[in-house]
Design a protein around this ligand. Structure first.
Ligand SMILES: Cc1ncc(COP(=O)(O)O)c(C=O)c1O
Length: 437
C-alpha cells in the first residue's frame, strides 16, 4: 500500500521553491471558504492574507465557482486572436468602473505580466524615450523585468540580463529624512525627482510607475501632495503615469481604485489579484488616445484564459453588487481603531497603517530609534498561526518586521474581531518572551 503522507513529505524536498531543508511552518491547504482555510490535518485558520492579498472576494464564492464551471464546460482555451462573450462583457464592465478617462482594457494572467504590458505600452507611445522610472522600495513583480523594477533583490544573480530602471526616491512617512515632517519630506522628494529629471538622465523618460500604497516594499503610504506632485511632474515632462493597482485595486483600500481614493488620474492603470476571484487574471486600463499594441507586441498563448475571464466577470460583479469597497472601509476603520488602542498597550507596535483593509503594523524594538523588531515579528506570526490566524509577513530584504492584516473584504465582523484578539494575545506572549511587557 502506498504511504501517501510519507510520499508527500518526500515530495516537499523536490520543490524548487522550498528553502533548503524545507519550511516546517508551511501548511498544506486542502480547502477554503470565505475567509477560512483548512490544512491537511483538518485544522481551520482565519486567512488574514487573502492568500496573496488576492481573494478580495472570499475564497470559493459560489458565484465565481459556478461561472468558472459553466465556462469550463463551454470552452476552456481560446487563443488571443479570438474573443469569448465573457471577455467582451468584462471589458465593458471594467471600463465602466475605471477611473475617469481610462477606456481601453487589455488582459493577461499575472500582475507581473500586466506591469510588463504597461511598460510595453509606454514604450510604444514614447518611442524615443530611453528610460522608465520606478520608486525606491517599489514592488512590481517577479518576472525578470518587473523584478528589476522592484527594490534591489538581495544577492541578485539575474542582473546581467535585466533591464535598467531609473530609480527615484520616495518620501517616508514613518522615517522622514533628516528630522523633516512627512509633509516636508514629501515636498523635498518631489524636488529631488525634478532634479533627477532635469540633470540626472541622458534622455527622455517614457513613464513613471508607482504603487499608490507600496505593498511588498514595506507598506508605505503617501500624502495627497505626493500623488498630486507626481501627476504634475508627468504633465510637465510629458511622461506617462503608470499606477500599479495590482494590490490596491478592486475595493482593497475602501474605494474601488486607490486612484479614486487619492484622485491620481493615471494614464495607465495596472490591475490583478482580486479581479480574478481566486483565478489568475490581470491587465491594464488605459486612455483611448494612447496607441494600442500592434500584432505580435503582446500575445501569450493563455493570455486571455476563458475560465479566468469568466471567473473574473463574476468576481467583479460580486464585488460591486456586495459593495465590498464600502465594507472594506468599514472593516478598516474598526481594525485600525483596535490597533491604535493596542499600540497604547504594546510597546512593540511602532506604527499602524491602512487604508481600508490594506492594514499593517510595523514592529520596532524602540519607538525612538525605530529599530526593526524582525525576530519578534516572526514570533508574533508563529504564535498567531498556532492560535488559528494567518497574518501576512515579509521575510526578505530586511523587511521582516511587518504584520499585514489583509483578509478578504467580505470577512465577517466576528472573524475580524477574533483575528485582532489573537494578534493582541500573540503580541502579549512575544513581549513577555522578550522582556518587553
Ligand atoms: C503592486 C504589485 N504589482 C505587481 C505584482 C505582481 O503580481 P503577480 O504576482 O500576480 O505577478 C504584485 C504582487 O504582489 C504587486 O503587489
Amino acid at each position: 500500500m502506498v504511504d501517501t503522507a510519507a510520499n508527500r513529505e518526500h515530495a516537499k524536498t523536490l520543490l524548487l521553491h522550498e528553502p533548503a531543508g524545507g519550511d516546517p511552518t508551511k501548511l498544506t491547504l486542502v480547502r477554503a471558504e470565505g475567509s477560512l482555510v483548512w490544512d491537511d490535518a483538518g485544522i481551520s485558520y482565519i486567512d488574514c492574507t487573502a492568500q496573496a492579498w488576492s481573494n478580495n472576494l472570499g475564497a470559493n464564492d459560489p458565484r465565481v465557482i459556478e461561472a468558472a464551471i459553466e465556462q469550463t464546460r463551454a470552452i476552456t482555451h481560446a487563443r488571443p486572436t479570438f474573443h469569448t462573450p465573457a471577455l467582451l462583457d468584462l471589458a465593458e464592465l471594467l471600463v465602466s468602473i475605471a477611473p475617469a478617462g481610462l477606456d481601453r482594457v487589455g488582459f493577461t494572467l499575472h500582475g507581473s505580466m500586466a506591469v510588463e504590458m504597461a511598460l510595453k505600452l509606454a514604450m510604444r507611445n514614447r518611442p524615443g524615450a530611453q528610460h522608465i522610472a520606478i520608486l525606491h522600495d517599489a514592488y512590481h513583480g517577479r518576472s525578470i523585468t518587473t523584478m528589476a523594477a522592484s527594490w534591489p533583490h538581495p544577492d541578485n544573480p539575474f542582473g546581467p540580463i535585466q533591464a535598467r530602471f531609473l530609480r527615484l526616491p520616495r518620501p517616508d512617512l514613518y522615517r522622514p529624512r533628516a528630522g523633516l515632517t512627512p509633509e516636508q519630506d514629501t515636498e523635498l522628494t518631489l524636488g529631488l525627482i525634478r532634479d533627477v529629471l532635469d540633470r540626472g538622465t541622458d534622455g527622455p523618460v517614457a513613464a513613471i510607475v508607482y504603487e499608490p500604497i507600496q505593498g511588498n516594499g514595506g507598506h508605505n503610504e503617501f500624502l495627497p501632495a505626493w500623488h498630486r506632485g507626481l501627476r504634475q511632474i508627468c504633465d510637465e515632462y510629458d511622461i506617462l503615469l503608470i499606477v500599479d493597482e495590482v494590490q490596491s485595486g478592486l475595493g482593497r483600500t475602501g474605494a474601488i481604485w486607490a486612484s479614486d481614493l487619492y484622485d491620481i488620474r493615471p494614464d495607465i492603470l495596472v490591475f490583478g489579484k482580486g479581479v480574478g476571484g481566486g483565478f489568475p487574471l490581470a491587465g491594464v486600463l488605459t486612455r483611448a488616445e494612447l496607441a494600442t499594441f500592434r500584432s505580435g507586441d503582446d500575445q501569450l498563448t493563455f493570455g486571455q484564459f476563458p475560465i479566468s475571464i469568466a471567473a473574473g466577470l463574476a468576481a467583479v460583479r460580486a464585488i460591486l453588487d456586495d459593495k465590498l469597497s464600502e465594507t472594506a472601509a468599514e472593516h478598516g476603520r474598526y481594525a485600525t481603531g483596535r490597533l491604535l488602542e493596542m499600540k497604547e498597550r504594546h510597546p512593540l507596535i511602532g506604527d499602524v497603517r491602512c487604508p481600508g483593509l490594506m492594514v499593517c503594523i510595523e514592529l520596532v524594538r524602540d519607538r525612538v530609534t525605530k529599530e526593526p523588531a524582525t525576530e519578534e515579528t516572526r514570533g508574533v506570526f508563529l504564535e498567531a498561526q498556532r492560535r488559528g490566524v494567518i497574518f501576512g509577513e515579509n521575510r526578505y530584504a530586511g523587511l521582516g518586521n511587518l504584520i499585514k492584516i489583509k483578509p478578504p473584504l467580505d470577512i465577517s465582523h466576528e472573524l475580524l474581531a477574533r483575528s485582532l484578539d489573537v494578534l493582541d494575545e500573540a503580541l502579549t506572549e512575544v513581549e513577555r518572551r522578550y522582556g518587553r511587557d
